[in-house]
Write a protein that binds this ligand. Structure first.
Ligand SMILES: Cc1ncc(COP(=O)(O)O)c(C=O)c1O
Length: 442
């Protein structure tokens, strides 16, 4: 999978001169709101590597924000894309339909354990669109407007999804509409003044109060949750919380919407992260990695909920584009065939990162599921340490590793590169990360 590429830094400085020039042009023509994490400009990418326009080759632990799960330019996915692109690229899914849209919907239903007997699936373009549509169908089905979401969550940047998203960073000045949206504490036991069980009990009590006293179950359509918070810092929901929440929602006929946009498609070692909780949601949103880099998202869920909307009530011009559907079918086959390896990669990462945690006091905790891992950094008095994360991103980049941060305070490094890769690449990437930590003075 990782061919003959290897880490190679050939310029005196990172970014190199060609990258710098293109970034200068970006500053002139592209709004500042499109903020860059890395000022290196991609030229080509293969497997777990990215080569920039200056000829530097990096290991990619970012994966275009948890998108390139099956590796850059995966040959089987590229073949599927080419074959479909040569046939046709667009007819519009519900004007002149095509087979691979329907085949993909069937596959999604087959691989997703949904509550009840029958499920359906339809497609959009972005993750935010999928979340909007999941809320839209859940409200329509129950005839109820209220939706509960969690502290520290991220669900996108459209008007409704900015209202759902917690962090002001993503929505400052947008005056996003949050009518009928309610927020409840996320069970982050790492940052709770008490035990894990106390944290779970506290969050369950808060949720129960919100549903039963404040919102009224009859007026509440859905609860929306990421099984592992993504932008929030790769924080998994504890198993008992997920199970007891699921029972509470079932009792009140409130839809459980699991947002798998960042955690899905093999990232945690199972196809969906929620499979590891032994629960069945009503609706699942997906996006990002489903087509390994082509824009595709969607909702898979209970037939009665999805069918409740009138024809024309959901959809969009490009949703379920034929080329993206072909890419998704090939991606799913690749991920399904590699789940054992992905679990192995996760175990390797966890073992090495836990070792680093013992060695370096700046690491407060390592958490995640499978290879979806967050590393939380603190300062000498245990407070969030975004400065070291900023420094590590720079130092790692100079040594040939691309990393991403996350977390409300920017003090978490998340590992979200290709999960179909070799242990050699993972080891090399972690060597670079360790060297960067060793050389950080913060
Ligand atoms: C959990 C989650 N939901 C929704 C979204 C929004 O997806 P998109 O950026 O494709 O609109 C993201 C993006 O990071 C996400 O991580």
């Amino acid at each position: 999978m990782n061919e003959d590429w290897k880490v190679d830094i050939v310029t005196d400085e990172i970014p190199g001169p060609r990258s710098k020039k293109i970034v200068e042009m970006k500053e002139q023509y592209v709004p500042d709101g499109i903020g860059l994490s890395h000022e290196i400009v991609a030229k080509e990418a293969k497997g777990a590597y990215i080569r920039d326009v200056d000829g530097n080759t990096f290991i990619d632990f970012a994966g275009g924000i948890a998108v390139i799960n099956a590796g850059h330019s995966n040959p089987k996915i590229v073949k599927a894309i080419k074959e479909q692109a040569e046939k046709f690229t667009h007819t519009q899914a519900y004007k002149v339909p095509y087979e691979n849209y329907v085949r993909l919907a069937k596959k999604m239903v087959e691989i997703t354990p949904i509550k009840g007997d029958e499920a359906k699936c339809y497609f959009g373009n972005s993750g935010a669109e999928a979340v909007e549509n999941a809320i839209r169908v859940a409200r329509n089905y129950k005839g109820a407007p209220k939706v509960i979401r969690f502290e520290n969550s991220f669900h996108g940047r459209t008007s409704l999804t900015m209202g759902l998203t917690a962090n002001n960073l993503y929505k400052k000045g947008s005056f996003a509409n949050d009518s009928f949206l309610y927020r409840t504490p996320f069970p982050d036991h790492h940052n709770f003044p008490g035990t894990k069980d106390e944290c779970i009990d506290y969050c369950l009590d808060k949720l129960k109060y919100l549903i039963e006293i404040e919102c009224d179950p009859e007026e509440t359509a859905a609860v929306l949750i990421e099984p592992v918070q993504g932008e929030g810092g790769y924080l998994p929901v504890p198993e008992r919380f997920m199970k007891e929440m699921s029972e509470l929602l079932e009792k009140h006929d409130i839809a459980l919407i699991i947002d798998e946009i960042q955690s899905g498609v093999g990232r945690t070692g199972t196809f969906w992260a929620f499979e590891q909780y032994g629960i069945k949601p009503d609706l699942v949103t997906f996006g990002k990695a489903i087509a390994n880099g082509l824009p595709l998202s969607g909702v898979v869920g209970r037939k009665d909920i999805l069918d409740s909307v009138n024809p024309g009530g959901i959809g969009g011009t490009f949703g379920g584009n034929p080329v993206a559907c072909s890419a998704a079918l090939a991606t799913i086959e690749e991920i399904e065939g590699n789940l054992d390896n992905i679990v192995e990669i996760g175990e390797l990462m966890l073992e090495r990162l836990n070792y680093l945690k013992e060695e370096y006091e700046v690491i407060d905790n390592i958490r995640g599921i499978g290879p979806m891992i967050g590393i939380e950094f603190v300062n000498g008095v245990g407070e969030p340490n975004p400065d070291i994360v900023k420094d590590l991103l720079k130092k790692a980049r100079e040594r040939g590793l691309i990393l991403l941060k996350s977390g409300a305070y920017g003090n978490v490094i998340r590992i979200c590169g290709p999960v179909i890769t070799s242990t050699d690449v993972i080891n090399k990437g972690l060597d670079i990360l360790e060297d960067a930590i060793k050389n950080s003075v913060l």
